[in-house]
Design a binder for this molecule. Structure first.
Ligand SMILES: Cc1cc2nc3c(=O)[nH]c(=O)nc-3n(C[C@H](O)[C@H](O)[C@H](O)COP(=O)(O)OP(=O)(O)OC[C@H]3O[C@@H](n4cnc5c(N)ncnc54)[C@H](O)[C@@H]3O)c2cc1C
Length: 475
């Protein structure tokens, strides 16, 4: 009998748990450790953050879903991994604070990001002056603050709204883009758009880079870049934009920044939503002698090293350097899935200012990728349990990605700016001209995008609950 412990019940952890239970015989034990009792469908937090979707619609209780599947659930934080002795130290998050040792034969780290608000002074809603939509608690706070700003506008005030990234090395620009387009369309609907100066600030080398180096698509007989696409969209919407910029400090009503040229400036705001830097979660790896070996198993950002081609400079990273089995090279029974695995480097061109500030949009690991990786990892664990070498591989140079920046979620008169890419991480050996397959990449605005975004919410929430036929819905 094998015991598989999965840390984290987001897209990657939940997908891995469902596949393990589907593929393995009942005698094997699957345990999910997650600090919160509910699964959150994170992409819909862009709607929660403007009050267009109830928080409850994005969540479901994990315990009954996992119980029904025969998966054990522990509501706890993983604090330490002891890979030599094969156990995890957990701390219950149910009020008891109970410390437990959970033994494993196979371990999947799917703990997502540590939201590094402390990396930028004054950033974030808990101890700072800006907002975030990266988790449900923050999205609710962002919603309340945004609706207060709306009230001020209704009373006749003009306001400044600042959306983007809050750190020189932030990722997830797509989420911020979706939020700004939703705010724009919400204000249009309320008849208040002319009362807001809406501004985009980001660490991208160019508008539309989105941490993936920008996307090209065949449009109307020529090749369009996401930079032109978003420039024209922002021009149409009257959204000001500033890229190549690291927010270095946030004060009440003011973001202080440095740009590529090393110039320092500030932007005033009444409401700001700025995505923090993502790091690996703060879980310590400890060897049999009690020594902290975290730095051997993770990169400096705290993401778990797997089968990637690490240590290369930006221009030398090839498609084949992207991990594909997500297995630790040191401990073959440890895997990292979703945001938790270390990418080989950034996809976007890095930059360091004359003052030494790093302004680099780091590589995103999107929801689709997180789901696919969860499945790959689960199937590799099944291979090992059944005595085979892990045979499942899929790298981010083989996965599609989509950023659907909705402009209202109505299926009648909603719309969305859809940015579709294949693959997420470019592969210039396979696609020498643009690194991606231009027959698949697309940049489009229209009602279809609104339908897709809304349908994904329903389809993935259904799938993550493990409802009948869940595995037929692709990741
Ligand atoms: C607002 C927003 C919109 C987005 N929209 C899109 C989109 O449209 N399309 C898309 O593809 N992607 C989108 N993304 C990205 C997508 O949400 C992520 O890629 C995805 O959630 C990553 O999945 P994951 O399982 O790796 O991590 P997560 O979803 O973050 O899950 C990690 C889980 O681990 C748990 N955890 C953390 N620490 C511990 C610990 N110490 N012990 C145990 N458990 C722990 C967490 O509580 C969480 O449940 C969006 C992201 C945001 C923030």
């Amino acid at each position: 009998m094998a015991k598989i412990v999965i840390l984290g019940a987001g897209f990657s952890g939940q997908t891995a748990a469902l596949y393990l239970r589907k593929k393995l015989k009942k005698e094997h034990e699957v345990i999910v450790v997650n600090p919160w009792p509910r699964f959150t469908y994170i992409p819909s937090l862009v709607w929660v953050g403007i009050g267009q979707m109830e928080p409850e619609q994005t969540m479901f209780e994990l315990a009954p879903v996992l119980k029904k599947k025969g998966i054990k659930f522990l509501q706890a934080w993983a604090r330490e991994i002891h890979p030599d002795e094969q156990y995890v130290v957990t701390e219950a998050n149910d009020g008891s604070g109970e410390i437990q040792k959970i033994e494993y034969d196979y371990l999947i780290n799917a703990t997502g990001p540590h939201l590094n608000f402390e990396g930028t002074e004054g950033l974030g809603p808990d101890n700072g002056h800006s907002h975030s939509i990266c988790n449900i608690h923050h999205a609710k706070m962002a919603r309340d603050a945004y609706l207060k700003t709306v009230e001020r506008m209704e009373k006749g005030e003009n306001v400044k709204i600042l959306i983007g990234t809050g750190h020189g090395q932030a990722t997830c620009q797509g989420a911020a883009l979706e939020y700004i387009t939703n705010i724009h369309s919400d204000l249009v609907k309320r008849g208040l758009r002319d009362r807001a100066k809406v501004m985009w600030i980001s660490n991208e080398p160019a508008l539309g880079d989105l941490g993936v180096g920008g996307i090209y698509a065949k449009k109307y007989g020529y090749i369009m870049k996401s930079e032109q696409f978003l420039k024209s969209l922002f021009a149409e919407f009257g959204v000001y934009h500033q890229v190549q910029t690291a927010v270095t400090k946030v004060e009440a009503g003011k973001a202080i920044w440095e740009n590529y040229a090393g110039e320092v400036g500030e932007t005033e705001f009444d409401f700001a939503m700025l995505i923090p830097q993502f790091q690996g979660t703060k879980i310590k790896y400890v060897n049999k002698d009690g020594e902290d070996i975290t730095s051997k198993l993770t990169n400096p950002g705290g993401f778990t090293l797997v089968d990637g081609g690490y240590g290369k400079s930006w221009g030398d990273i090839k498609g084949s350097d992207w991990p594909s089995t997500y297995q630790s090279p040191i401990y073959s029974n440890i895997f990292a899935a979703g945001i938790a695995f270390a990418p080989p480097g950034s996809i976007s061109k890095p930059h360091v200012t004359k003052n030494g500030t790093v302004i680099t949009a780091t590589a995103p690991r999107t929801g689709m990728a997180a789901g696919i990786i969860g499945k790959v990892v689960a199937l590799n664990v099944v291979d090992m349990i059944e005595g085979r070498t892990p045979s499942h591989q899929e790298s981010m140079t083989e996965m599609p990605g989509a950023c659907i920046a909705s402009l209202g979620k109505s299926i009648w008169n909603g719309s969305a700016a859809t940015i579709l890419m294949y693959p997420v991480a470019p592969d210039y050996d396979k696609y020498p001209d643009y690194g991606r397959d231009l027959n698949v990449c697309d940049l489009e605005v229209g009602l279809a995008g609104a339908w897709i975004k809304r349908s994904l919410h329903t389809a993935f929430s259904y799938k993550m609950k493990g409802n009948p036929g869940w595995s037929m819905i692709p990741e």
